[in-house]
Write a protein that binds this ligand. Sequence first.
Ligand code: NAD
Length: 376
Amino acid sequence: MQIAVLKDTSDSDARVAATPDTVKTYVDAGHTVTVVKGAGQAAMFADALYTDVGAKLAASNTAAVKTADIVLSVTGGTAKLLASMKSGAAITGLLSPTDNPKYIDAAASAGVTAFALEWIPRISRAQSMDVLSSQSNLSGYRSVVEGAGIYGRALPMMMTAAGTIAPAKIFIMGVGVAGLQAIATARRLGAVTTATDVRPATKEQVASLGAKFIAVENEEFKAAETAGGYAKQMSAEYQALQAELTATHIAKQDIVITTALIPGRDAPILVTKAMLDTMRPGSVLVDLAVERGGNVEGAKPGEIVTTKNGVHIVGYLNWPSRMASDASNMFARNIKAFLPLVTAEDGSFAPNWDDEVIQGAALTRDGEIVNSRLKG
Ligand code: NAD
């Protein structure tokens, strides 16, 4: 089949959906691969690395997608681009399905199948395709490194002839994929690390990484995990208890990383303005949930806000793009694991529509919106 690799940098995303390594496996398998010029540049993959493994180059996204059976992208490209694709072809990427009705309508009108990679079911068989995990893991790592850079002091304890430097205290709120990697990173850098979550399963995970678990462990906490492994929306009573606990703990922290999300809802506010006022000047909060409303009151998407008492709130967006090369490597391997589900034995493009992974990811097919999550 014909595979096209888009240049996503127009969306200020430095990642690319195929690396020279994954392109080589596609070419070796007999597929034709066309990469848009400069597609991998921002992720440190020069055009020559792609042509060396047998890819062709195209001058633009429009030129690349014209004859493609499947288009690989990070964020889907523009809705306008879909009209340039062959009817019956497909595009994969992080398509933000619930925020992008115009894009989905455009895919349906063009007869294009849109596969939203973030909607691949998180079942064991699909772990290798899990873009949410592969990208969140890097976000968790980077949040600590970035927070440490903005924090003006050292992280580990240092005992020197000139005296002792006390270790920094780092608190991670929300222990999903990003939070776990943030804990591991904070520990590696020598910080005294604590963490909290509303899901009881995380208690053991936090301990296994050598950090201390802090949470309101009442009856509601014991039932706070959904069958799918996600957090439930907690009651007002629980949130008040959690806020009380957080308030006393946070006043002593140097860096706080917040990652708390609840599927389908705004992120819960976990750190209030009043709590920020109790923190020492120079303390840093990194709010990874800012895109979904934020866990920290006053966090601003894309900005670092410094409060009156000198506390920095980091609201950077798109953390994986800050580590574009590693993020692209992971993302490209996730797509490589997905492609067999849309490939027939003879190498032609033929999605297996009976597969629950395809059904979970497919938003459109043959001019219709087909995903049950979009049909309400
Ligand atoms: P997420 O990004 O949806 O949320 C981050 C964390 O915030 C979660 O741990 C959640 O419990 C926590 N949270 C929500 N409200 C909170 C609050 N008020 N206070 C403190 N913490 C709060 O999570 P994720 O990284 O997508 O992981 C969610 C689950 O999915 C985990 O159980 C994870 O192990 C599981 N998972 C499964 C697979 C798989 O099977 N393929 C892959 C990845 C993750």
